[in-house]
Design a binder for this molecule. Structure first.
Ligand code: MG
Length: 165
């Protein structure tokens, strides 16, 4: 069975935090605030994976009032999500995503992000697409108040491996 899921996340940009996107530390004068490392891209991908497999959402699986998730690398959360996907007998077909940020330029870091996600999910980098865009100065992204990310994933159930897909 073929299924899709989508994910969306936003975090506020603040001073005194590292900017971590796709598991990559990006040089910038601000970082994203949140309970974990606030990796907005990984959070969107986690929600998309959970959605595709009918496993709820990131806030239910990793509650932000749980002290064990304080400042945790979101790649660890992604790894646990991958285990839940596997337990539910789904295989990831592909991931497409968009990071929406006015600054900084993210393109130089996209390959490193893909490498991180690929190794955590144990899928080829050619199954992962990451796009970066601005909002032409409009809205909370345009003013630099925050960064948003969207993700869509497709999965199929293990039983159909070798079938139509
Ligand atoms: Mg988040």
């Amino acid at each position: 069975m073929f299924r899709v899921g989508n994910g969306y996340d936003v975090h506020r940009l603040v001073e005194g935090r590292k900017l971590i996107i796709g598991g990559v530390e990006i040089p910038f004068d601000k970082g994203l605030s949140g309970h974990s490392d606030a990796d907005v891209l990984i959070h969107a991908i986690i929600d998309a994976l959970l959605g595709a497999c009918g496993l709820g959402d990131i806030g239910t699986m990793f509650p932000d009032n749980d002290p064990s998730y304080k400042d945790i690398s979101s790649l660890v959360l992604l790894k646990r999500t991958a285990e839940a996907v596997e337990d539910a007998n789904y295989i990831i077909s592909n991931i497409d995503s968009i990071v929406v940020a006015q600054k900084p330029k993210l393109l130089p870091f996209v390959e490193a992000m893909k490498d991180n996600i690929s190794s955590v999910l144990n899928i080829d980098t050619d199954k992962i697409n990451i796009k970066a865009t601005t909002t032409e100065g409009l809205g909370f992204v345009g003013t630099g108040e925050g960064i948003a990310a969207y993700a869509v994933v497709s999965v199929y159930s293990g039983e159909t491996q070798g079938g139509l897909l």
